[in-house]
Ligand binder design. Structure first.
Ligand code: ZN
Length: 119
């Protein structure tokens, strides 16, 4: 199943709702001493899910999953299979193993070296 990823612009529209929902869930759990699963079942995050569905046409049902639907969390698409690389600094494709080619000509080093350990 393909999960649509949000661009930074779309993320900026959706994330305030998501942040608000997380606050509501936190408060609900504190006030009711409830489990996370119970708090999640109360429908917090509906607004974030609605905005996400509006932007992408995809009906996500788990607000927490929205945190992962952000394009900038991933690298550019693989030049061989087109799947997004796992992280912005990934050095090869997790799906087909194709090595990433640096597009940035100012960087002669291959991506993912130890120098990037802090990123
Ligand atoms: Zn690939």
């Amino acid at each position: 199943m393909e999960i649509p990823m949000l661009t930074e612009e779309e993320w900026a529209q959706m994330s305030p709702h998501l942040t608000g929902a997380i606050e509501q869930i936190k408060r609900y759990r504190e006030e009711n001493n409830s489990s996370l699963a119970e708090a999640n079942s109360k429908g917090f995050g509906r607004e974030a899910l609605r905005v996400y569905a509006e932007l992408t046409g995809f009906q996500e049902t788990n607000a927490n999953a929205l945190f992962h639907h952000r394009l900038s969390l991933y690298g550019p698409p693989c030049r061989s299979c087109g799947k997004p690389l796992r992280t912005p600094i990934a050095s090869y494709c997790p799906m087909c193993g194709t090595e990433r080619v640096a597009i940035d000509s100012t960087n002669e080093e291959p991506y993912g070296g130890p120098a990037n350990g802090d990123a």
